[in-house]
Design a protein around this ligand. Structure first.
Ligand code: FAD
Length: 510
């Protein structure tokens, strides 16, 4: 049967069983579409990275002898809608059967299901063979539970896949080495020279400009530093294991004014587009540790693996368990706008300035910058989670809804009321000072709660607890905060709340 197979832009997995044989009856289709570039305003590096990686993947398929139809963004016959393009090809190529790989995004899943119901030819969907779990595994694992504890799931993953296990027990006799990790970075070890691919993406950039796609952020097109094919991603894994893994966990939560990446892997784009498989990454990390356990400790390796087989798979499972309701959740009923400086980085708060400007220049910020700086502040500002989601979904190179929304609306904004996390991630300037050197270079004083130049995080922090008392007081992990708050004098409370109100009224001037 003459078959059409759809490959989406985040399904660039060379080793998928689809591609193991060449079959003249099969046509693959890939498309760059306004449907995908316009559903949110994306960072320019994100659009460039997706198109470049897709083009590279289609060249790979061609070289293997597969028949492929590829629509570029400015091709005349491109109708920029997934279904319209598919319809046109089915007609012109006299296709008799349609196949697609299960999308990771709910909206595409729905679109393709509806499409298959409408077309007259037969159709079938298949697994992407990328994740270690199936879409429904998390929902089954936590059946009947209100809260989905990541740690329980992670341990099960370790057992199921025999990763860092000694029979039934965890290697090193502990499941979690978080305690050994999470130091402030004070320059004790030097950060290896930045890895550079020096990709030239000027042509793709030109085409995106010609198409007049609205984007945000900056790009250096003759020096594009993201892996755009499997070979580059594998090279980067080698670099990561050799240079960064030895300190990955130790400085996982650290932030520094002069260091954007510290020891983070920057592999999220390669993972999310499926250039690499999570299991092969984990295997390579374990291999590096076994070969060089003098330099690489178990704590680093376990810390990294937890992110990949724990958090990453867990977030995907939550997404499929809770969509589509999840994207409407707003536990705190927040309605405020995102401060304007999220789009420019122009603020006197050093932590936000650094984290936002870096996001605009690199389409990247590491986890703690996303969670404890921009996410924390958006929460303290009581921002509408729709606005927060749109920002995170647009700005980061790795942002695809399944992993963006669960982290943003769930983990960072607690808009799900406690499915992902057991309490909101809130912090005052104390935390920022403990984990970074931002405060020492800031216009605001991290020690001051009220008065001139008091760090806004401090009063906004207490204001948040005060405003949401009804919703949070019963939470056992938070009740202590209310005891501390209640011990404060009436005057002190009033001063803090006045200060917070002043900052909230003048949020765009901070
Ligand atoms: P590393 O620190 O080197 O970690 C290694 C890998 O572990 C990452 O590449 C990633 O695949 C995985 N990982 C780590 N933490 C998480 C997590 N919480 N959830 C899922 N996977 C994780 N990640 C995305 O891939 N896309 C997003 O759109 C995204 N949005 C986020 C929004 C917010 C508000 C927060 C707090 C986190 C978000 N994350 C997102 C998770 C995490 O911050 C990024 O995966 C990570 O910063 C990517 O950088 P890295 O590759 O250097 O990660």
């Amino acid at each position: 049967k003459k078959t059409l197979r759809l490959v989406l832009g985040d399904q660039l997995y060379e080793r998928h069983s689809w591609f193991s044989d060449v079959n003249n009856e099969i046509i693959y289709v890939m498309m760059e579409m306004r449907q995908e570039t316009d559903y949110v305003k994306h960072h320019i590096q994100k659009v460039v990275a997706f198109f470049t990686a897709m083009r590279s993947f289609s060249e790979y398929l061609k070289d293997q002898g597969h028949h492929i139809i590829y629509y570029k963004i400015n091709d005349d016959n491109n109708q920029h809608s997934l279904t319209k393009n598919l319809q046109a090809i089915i007609k012109s190529e006299k296709i008799e059967h349609f196949e697609y790989l299960l999308p990771d995004e709910y909206r595409l899943d729905q679109q393709l299901k509806e499409f298959c119901n409408q077309i007259e030819i037969s159709s079938e969907s298949m697994d992407t063979e990328h994740f270690l779990t199936k879409r429904e595994d998390i929902a089954n694992f936590f059946k009947g539970k209100k809260q989905f504890l990541m740690e329980n799931f992670y341990r099960q993953m370790r057992k199921d896949h025999d990763i860092l296990m000694n029979g039934k027990d965890p290697v090193g006799e502990k499941w979690n080495f978080d305690h050994d990790n999470r130091n402030k970075y004070k320059g004790e070890v030097s950060i290896p020279e930045e890895y550079s691919y020096q990709n030239n993406v000027e042509d793709v950039l030109e085409e995106i400009k010609d198409a007049e796609i609205e984007t945000l952020g900056e790009i250096n097109a003759d020096h594009f530093d993201w892996p755009i094919n499997r070979k580059q991603a594998l090279q980067f894994i080698r670099y990561f294991c050799r240079e960064l893994l030895p300190y990955f966990g130790t400085y996982q939560d650290a932030m520094h004014t002069d260091e954007k990446f510290l020891f983070h892997s920057r592999l999220s784009f390669a993972l999310n587009t499926k250039l690499i498989h999570p299991k092969e990454l984990v295997d390579k990390v374990i291999e590096a540790w076994e070969d060089d356990s003098d330099r690489i400790s178990l704590a680093q390796v376990e810390g990294f693996i937890r992110q990949v087989i724990g958090w990453r798979e867990y977030m995907r499972g939550i997404y499929w368990a809770k969509m589509p309701e999840y994207e409407k959740l707003n536990f705190f009923e927040h309605k405020r706008k995102l401060p304007e400086f999220y789009w420019t980085g122009d603020t006197k708060m050093k932590c936000l300035e650094k984290s936002i400007k870096q996001s605009l220049s690199d389409a990247y910020a590491h986890h703690i910058q996303r969670l404890m700086v921009t996410g924390n502040f958006a929460l303290l500002n009581m921002t509408d989670p729709d606005e927060v989601d749109a920002w995170y979904l647009g700005i980061y190179i790795d942002a695809i809804q399944w992993v963006e929304i669960t982290n943003t609306r769930g983990m960072s904004q607690f808009a799900d009321g406690g499915i992902v996390g057991s309490k909101p991630y809130l912090a005052s300037a104390n935390y920022m000072h403990k984990m970074s050197n931002y405060c020492s270079k800031c216009h605001y004083d991290h020690k001051k709660k009220t008065g001139k130049n008091a760090c806004p995080f401090n009063s906004l922090y207490w204001n948040f607890y005060d405003k949401h008392r009804e919703k949070l007081e019963k939470n056992q992990r938070i009740s202590m905060m209310y005891r501390t708050w209640d011990k404060k004098s009436k005057e002190e409370k009033e001063e803090l709340l006045n200060q917070a109100n002043y900052y909230l009224d003048n949020i765009n001037k901070l």
